[in-house]
Design a binder for this molecule. Structure first.
Ligand code: R2B
Ligand code: URA
Length: 380
């Protein structure tokens, strides 16, 4: 058993392959292996039955890339994506099969604005409609599709983000999308950076100041790593050319609350002193945490657990070392909110242009090869 714990990662991976042979399904086998490992650890040490560290690195195997770690899905006759209003009875492949980017932000109007900007900006690279249309079939969320980009709002906080993220991940899985990238573009409070700064997250911290996310599943705490895709973060940063404001890579604190959870003094209740608050914020600063918001750990963790890539860019609205209140002139606020959208559109355009150029090059090479071989035939 000791050996089991020491070699946990390898065991789960090996078990996955063995059970894959037995069950013939990557999803089922991964689930069986992970569950087995969980029970092995819990039965060995009862004090750990309430806490289980879920090692996501085992999900990085390429052949598991697009499956989902839920064997029950295979047995559903129909899956209702209840909050989106779509189901597996819809032709999801035709509707969403080309999606490559999922942009998410809290506000519905910001997502509509993003969709409008995408319609303008992407039209010379991919076919897009001239005007965005909300295709979410319920009044819970909004969702726009502009070419290969889905833009949806998630409201405020992790519970609501979790619902839409589960459903979007399943939607794109059923649609057969290849490696879609999930991106949150939002707002935040900064730590020692001027308001208006863009923070591209490399990892998320929770309120215990650990880079992790805790879920409670069947009464047990499940802890997951909460890092974002480093390469994507760097790629996004490399596209920031604006000189009037900064974009930086840094860590983000994701909290369950806007007031006490973020150490504010201006909530309806506050039981700590200004010094306590300052000490906490300085501790964040020591950890290279550059901003605070309310969804980071959930998006990072859920994407890691499902082996999807995730990125996050948030603009800061206030420097929390200087105060708590968000008090920006309306126009400034509107302009700040556009900053992450603008950078993300740049990133998407960059990726789409790269892939269009690569396709063109391949086609040209193919054409050249065909014409060369026909020349050879004629000579012969
Ligand atoms: C940033 O802003 C919202 C709170 O005002 C919340 O959704 C977040 O993460
Ligand atoms: N959003 C947050 O969660 N915190 C802030 O301070 C500002 C925006």
């Amino acid at each position: 058993m000791y050996w089991c714990e020491q070699n946990a990662k390898h065991i789960v991976r090996d078990l996955s392959y063995v059970t894959c042979r037995i069950y013939g399904s990557v999803t089922t086998s991964l689930w069986v292996a992970t569950t087995l490992h969980w029970h092995l650890i819990c039965s060995k040490n009862p004090t750990r039955t309430r806490e289980y560290t879920y090692d996501v690195s085992i999900r990085k195997e390429e052949d598991m890339a697009q499956s989902l770690p839920n064997p029950h899905l295979e047995h559903l006759k129909k899956d209702n994506l209840y909050h989106l209003g779509f189901s597996t009875d819809d032709d999801l492949k035709t509707l969403f099969g080309d999606v490559k980017f999922v942009c998410m932000g809290g506000s519905a109007t910001r997502m509509e604005e993003l969709a409008r900007m995408l319609c303008d900006e992407l039209s010379d690279i991919v076919p897009v409609k001239s005007k965005p249309e909300n295709i979410c079939k319920t009044d819970r969320f909004v969702m726009y599709k502009v070419g290969p980009v889905l833009a949806a709002n998630h409201h405020m906080g992790m519970p609501s983000l979790s619902i839409i993220l589960h459903e979007l991940i399943k939607l794109l899985y059923y649609a057969g999308c290849e490696a879609p990238l999930f991106i949150r573009i939002g707002t935040s409070g900064g730590i020692g950076v001027p308001p208006g700064t863009l923070v591209i997250a490399d990892k998320a911290y929770d309120e215990h100041l650990k880079s992790q996310h805790q879920d409670v599943v069947l009464g047990k705490v499940r802890v997951t790593d909460a890092t974002f895709d480093q390469k994507v973060a760097e790629e996004i940063l490399s596209l920031h050319t604006e000189t009037s404001y900064d974009a930086i890579i840094g860590s983000t604190l994701g909290t369950q609350d806007f007031y006490e959870g973020q150490g504010r003094l201006d909530g309806a209740i506050c039981e700590y002193t200004e010094e306590d608050k300052r000490a906490y914020l300085l501790e964040l600063q020591k950890l290279e945490i550059k901003n605070i918001e309310m969804e980071a750990t959930k998006i990072a963790s859920l994407c890691q657990r499902t082996n999807r890539q995730a990125a996050m860019v948030c603009v800061t609205l206030v420097d929390r070392l200087a105060g708590d209140q968000v008090d920006l002139p309306k126009e400034t606020y509107a302009e700040y909110q556009l900053r992450p959208l603008t950078l993300m559109i740049k990133f998407i355009k960059h990726r789409l242009t790269q892939s269009r150029d690569a396709t063109r090059k391949r086609t040209q090479t193919l054409d050249t090869n065909v014409s060369d071989s026909s020349k050879v035939k004629k000579t012969v």
